[in-house]
Design a protein around this ligand. Structure first.
Ligand SMILES: Nc1nc2c(ncn2[C@@H]2O[C@H](COP(=O)(O)OP(=O)(O)OP(=O)(O)O)[C@@H](O)[C@H]2O)c(=O)[nH]1
Ligand SMILES: [Mg+2]
Ligand SMILES: [Zn+2]
Length: 355
C-alpha cells in the first residue's frame, strides 16, 4: 500500500514542499475519537493529538482535523503522533447540526464521491434524495445514487422506482444493488476507482456498513438488523471510519442520518433543481418566488404538466429552509458582535492599563 492508494496526489505533495513540511510524516485521518485522531500512512497507524499551537489558533470546528484530512505529523513511541498541520481540503462535507439553528457539523473531508444509499423497501424517498444531492453539490462532492436491498422487491417494482428517480433527477448515476445477493456489484465496483474517496451517506439501516463489509470480504464494521417495531435508537455505526479497499477505492462509513440538515445550501439548490432555475430565467419578475406572481414560467410549466409538482414543492421547502438558516446566521453574527462590543467596553472601563 502506498500513500497514493490512500488518495495522496501531486497537489498535496507540492503544498508539503512549499510550506516547509518536508520533515514531517504525512498521513490521512481515518477516524476520530474526541480530539484523538487515528492517522494512517503507508507503514502504520498512529494515535495522535494536535499540537497546542494548532489548538490555540483554532477558531471553529473546521480548524480541527476531520476524517479524510491529510495531516503533517511527528512520530514518537513508534505509534503515537502529534499533528502539526492540516492540508488544504478540496472538499468538505458539512451539514447543519441536528437541533441547532446555526451550527454546522463536519461529515468528512477530501471526498471525491458520495454514495447516497437508500434501501428500496421502506427508506425510498425522492425528496430526501434531492436533499442529499444538494448537500453534495454545495460541498463540491460528486453524487452517485445507490438503491440497496433490491432482493426485497420485484424487478417490476424496481423499474418503477428507477423511473420515478429519472423524472426528478438528472445527470446523476443511479445503481441498484443487493448486498445479500451481490446483484449489481459489478456495476458498483466499476465506479470505485483507485485513490478516490467515497463517503457512504444515508439513513440508519440502509446497509452502508454491510456494503463496506461485503466489498472488503471482512467484518470491518458492526451491522445491526432493523427491529420490526421501531427504527429509533438503533444506529449500528456510531462514528466515522475510513477504509481502504483492496480492490481500490477508499470508503468512509458514517452513522446513519436521521435528518439531512441544511447549511449554506445556496449553490447546491440551484444544481439539484437546475431545470427550475432554467425556467426562472424567463419569469416576469427578477426576484420571482414562483408561488403566485403573474408571468411566472415555473407556474406555467407546472400547469402544463411539464414540471413535477412534488419536486417543485421540495424546491420551495428547501429554499425556505435556506432563508431560515441564513437569517439565523445573521442573528448569530449580530449576537457575537454585540458580545464582542460588550467585552471591549468592559475592558475599556474596568481593565487597568499595565504598568
Ligand atoms: N435484505 C437485505 N438486507 C440487507 C442488505 N444490506 C444490508 N441489509 C441488512 O440491513 C440491516 C442494516 O444494515 P447496516 O449495514 O447495519 O446498516 P447501516 O446503514 O450501516 O446502519 P447505521 O450504521 O445504523 O447507519 C442489517 O440487518 C443488514 O443485514 C441487502 O442488500 N438486502
Ligand atoms: Mg453502519
Ligand atoms: Zn417564477
Amino acid at each position: 500500500m502506498t500513500l497514493e492508494d490512500l488518495g495522496y496526489h501531486d497537489e498535496l505533495e507540492e503544498y508539503r514542499l512549499k510550506n516547509g513540511l518536508g520533515d514531517f510524516a504525512i498521513g490521512r485521518v481515518i477516524a476520530e475519537h474526541k480530539e484523538r485522531y487515528i492517522i494512517k500512512n503507508a507503514d502504520n497507524e498512529f494515535e495522535a493529538e494536535i499540537t497546542g499551537n494548532l489548538r490555540y489558533s483554532a477558531q471553529e470546528r473546521t480548524d480541527y482535523p476531520a476524517v479524510g484530512d491529510w495531516v503533517a505529523f511527528s512520530i514518537f513511541d513508534e505509534t503515537k503522533g502529534l499533528i502539526h498541520a492540516i492540508f488544504p481540503r478540496h472538499s468538505l462535507l458539512e451539514r447543519k447540526a441536528v437541533g441547532k439553528t446555526s451550527d454546522k457539523q463536519i461529515i468528512a473531508a477530501n471526498i471525491d464521491y458520495a454514495l447516497i444509499i437508500q434501501a428500496v423497501d421502506r427508506d425510498f424517498n425522492i425528496n430526501r434524495l434531492e436533499r442529499y444531492l444538494t448537500l453534495c453539490y454545495t460541498s463540491n462532492v460528486r453524487p452517485i445514487i445507490v438503491l440497496n436491498k433490491i432482493d426485497l422487491i420485484t424487478a417490476q417494482e424496481l423499474s418503477e422506482k428507477l423511473a420515478q428517480i429519472d423524472e426528478r433527477v438528472t445527470d446523476v448515476p443511479v445503481l441498484a444493488i443487493s448486498n445479500q445477493t451481490r446483484q449489481g456489484y459489478d456495476g458498483l465496483k466499476s465506479v470505485l476507482l483507485n485513490g478516490k474517496t467515497y463517503c457512504l451517506l444515508g439513513s440508519s439501516g440502509v446497509g452502508k456498513s454491510t456494503l463496506l463489509n461485503t466489498l472488503s470480504d471482512s467484518t470491518l464494521m458492526q451491522t445491526k438488523a432493523i427491529s420490526a417495531h421501531s427504527d429509533r435508537g438503533r444506529h449500528a455505526t456510531t462514528h466515522r471510519e475510513l477504509h481502504l479497499l483492496e480492490s481500490g477505492g477508499i470508503l468512509i462509513d458514517n452513522p446513519g442520518m436521521r435528518e439531512v440538515g441544511m447549511a449554506d445550501f445556496s449553490a447546491g439548490i440551484s444544481s439539484t433543481f437546475d431545470h427550475i432555475v432554467a425556467l426562472s430565467g424567463s419569469c416576469k419578475y427578477k426576484n420571482c418566488t414562483h408561488t403566485n406572481e403573474p408571468g411566472c414560467s415555473v407556474r406555467v410549466a407546472l400547469e402544463k404538466g411539464e414540471l413535477d409538482f412534488s419536486g417543485y414543492e421540495n424546491y420551495l421547502k428547501m429554499e425556505k429552509e435556506k432563508e431560515h438558516f441564513e437569517m439565523s446566521l445573521v442573528d448569530k453574527r449580530k449576537r457575537d458582535r454585540a458580545f464582542g462590543k460588550l467585552m471591549k467596553d468592559y475592558k475599556k472601563h474596568y481593565a487597568r492599563p499595565k504598568d
